[in-house]
Design a protein around this ligand. Structure first.
Ligand code: NAD
Length: 503
């Protein structure tokens, strides 16, 4: 198997117990550029449960040594990995744009997020603070410490192919766990690049394992008895299956799933600022972000003005191959995702929304080889319509009219998801009311629904998440367990809650 991460259209192995290996059944799959299907990115292992089993066993074997490596020493490897990511940032970003289509500037941002997270979690090697508290008994010491759990599965989507794996794998490692990583089948090269960095940084064999493949691999990662944590990011429907599969084994399951995020624009908002935010939030990453601003709720007093400015700017966006620095919006990830976008455009029209901009596939000239779609805006959207309720995951924004902040908040909360929301207003009272009343895991004021930083918790409510958070020190709670420790140095039996203490 090639050890160079930069091999053009090479064949890439799984990484199991410190070796790059082919799948046991010898099956492979091709990965092609969504902007140009003639561009073969590479050939990857179509793994089966046997490969996943081998990876889990390797992780189980490595755990007994890794958990005893002092956390600051584990962190030194993460610091080295962060440095290597910095060195390889441009190449990793170019590989990412080729394999999943987001424009180069955003792909660099994705790698940067992995760098930030790696440095942040490396810092946690010297923290992971517990509590020391006074005991209620004399000559007794009381404290709590974090301890690792064992083998963690990291199951990830294709839209942030380096950032999201880093959110899971770095905290897992610094806490002393070992990892089996299954990336989305659409972005295996970024996963290889990421794991290669960890290998080169000196992660001991078996501590991180990579298995490329589909749902059968994912199913074993959610059910195998050795796996203690399943950390999943992806769609709500697959997340539900993962949750059900993991439940009988009482695994710790961390789920980050779909979104239908909202930007609220009040009548006192700076409209040009709001338009900038809605363009970036709605069409950045071609709308393929879990935090994408796919709904915009606008006060009726500024609705027409907003629509006029927004559709002019949406129509002017340059769509194309993300490797071209002039391009602002790349392709959809796949033929089926493009099909989904086109179906929703039809649904919106059938439901009676006004198609104000875009609405068509782009397939002239070289675009015919990719999955391009015009940035699309629907106006006069009723909040109950499917285009206002369901995650489309494409360049489609639904604009909804409102009469008041209360109504905007009701519309904003009126979906099954609860990831991110934002408000544009210059009225601090409205900003704070919305901040309090939007039931989401993330909230922005005078900024779009995207733009999370790695040192605060990231995640959502309702059908977006199951209460855990990635990023920040909150991620440590997913990848560690608390152990409370009492040390009695009195030399006699002391009974808590029973024995009276002399004053
Ligand atoms: P997906 O659910 O199709 O796949 C996610 C991962 O699960 C992939 O690695 C896939 O191979 C794997 N998988 C599929 N079936 C499985 C099974 N039965 N058991 C275990 N694993 C299985 O999602 P996707 O299309 O890759 O990503 C897009 C979705 O991800 C969107 O819904 C988006 O909102 C969501 N997302 C959420 C967040 C967040 O933090 N909330 C971040 C990014 C993406």
């Amino acid at each position: 198997m090639p050890h160079s991460v930069h091999t053009a259209a090479g064949t890439f192995g799984n990484f199991i117990d410190g070796e790059w290996v082919p799948s046991r059944a010898g099956k492979v799959f091709e990965n092609r550029n969504p902007a140009d299907q003639d561009d073969l990115i590479g050939v990857f292992q179509q793994s089966s449960v046997d490969d996943a089993q081998a990876a889990i066993e390797a992780a189980r074997g490595a755990y007994e040594r890794w958990r005893l490596v002092p956390a600051p020493k584990r962190a030194e490897i993460l610091f080295r990995a962060a440095g290597l990511l910095v060195e390889r940032k441009e190449q990793c970003a170019r590989d990412m744009t080729r394999e999943m289509g987001k424009v180069l500037e955003e792909a660099r941002g994705d790698v940067q997020e992995a760098i930030d997270m790696t440095f942040f979690m490396a810092g946690e090697g010297r923290r992971q603070y517990g509590q020391t508290v006074p005991s209620e008994l004399r000559d007794k010491f009381a404290m709590s410490v974090r301890q690792p759990l064992g083998v963690c599965s990291a199951i990830t989507p294709w839209n942030f192919p380096m950032a999201i794996p880093s959110w899971k794998i770095m905290p897992a490692l610094v806490c002393g766990n070992t990892v089996v990583f299954k990336p989305a089948t659409l972005t295996p090269l970024s996963a290889v690049n990421f794991v290669k960095v960890l290998e080169d940084a000196g992660v001991p064999k078996g501590v991180v394992n990579l298995v490329t493949g589909g749902p059968d691999v994912g199913t074993l990662l959610a059910t195998h008895e050795a796996v203690r944590v399943v950390s999943f990011t992806g769609s709500t429907s697959v997340g539900r299956t993962v949750n059900q599969n993991a439940a009988p084994g009482f695994k710790k399951v961390h789920l980050e799933m779909g979104g239908k995020n909202v930007v609220i624009i009040m009548d006192d908002a700076l409209l040009d600022l709001a338009v900038d935010g809605c363009l970036w939030g709605g069409f950045g990453t071609t709308g393929q972000r879990c935090t994408a601003a796919s709904r915009v709720v606008v006060h009726e007093k500024v609705y027409d003005d907003f629509i006029e400015r927004f559709i002019a700017r949406a129509r002017a966006l340059r769509v194309g191959n993300g490797l071209d620095e002039q391009v602002q919006v790349g392709p959809s990830i796949s033929a089926s995702q493009l099909e989904t976008v086109m179906q929703y455009v039809e649904v919106g029209q059938t439901e009676g929304a006004s198609l104000l901009a875009g609405g068509h596939r782009l397939d002239a000239g070289p675009m015919a080889k990719g999955f391009f779609h015009e940035p699309t805006v629907f106006g006069d959207v009723d909040p109950r319509m499917r285009i206002a309720q369901e995650e489309i995951f494409g360049p489609v924004v639904s604009v909804i009219r409102c009469r008041s902040l209360d109504q905007a908040i009701e519309i904003g909360n009126g979906v099954q998801y609860g990831l991110s929301a934002s408000i544009y207003t210059r009225d601090i009272n409205r900003a704070f009311a919305a901040m309090r009343d939007m039931y989401t895991g993330i909230f922005y004021v005078n900024a779009p629904t995207i733009g999370a930083e790695v040192h605060l918790p990231f995640g959502g409510t309702k059908a977006t998440g199951n209460g855990h958070r990635e990023a920040g020190t909150a991620a440590l709670d997913v990848f560690s367990e608390w152990k409370s420790i009492y040390v009695d140095f009195s030399g006699r039996l002391q009974r808590a809650q029973i024995d009276a203490q002399e004053l």
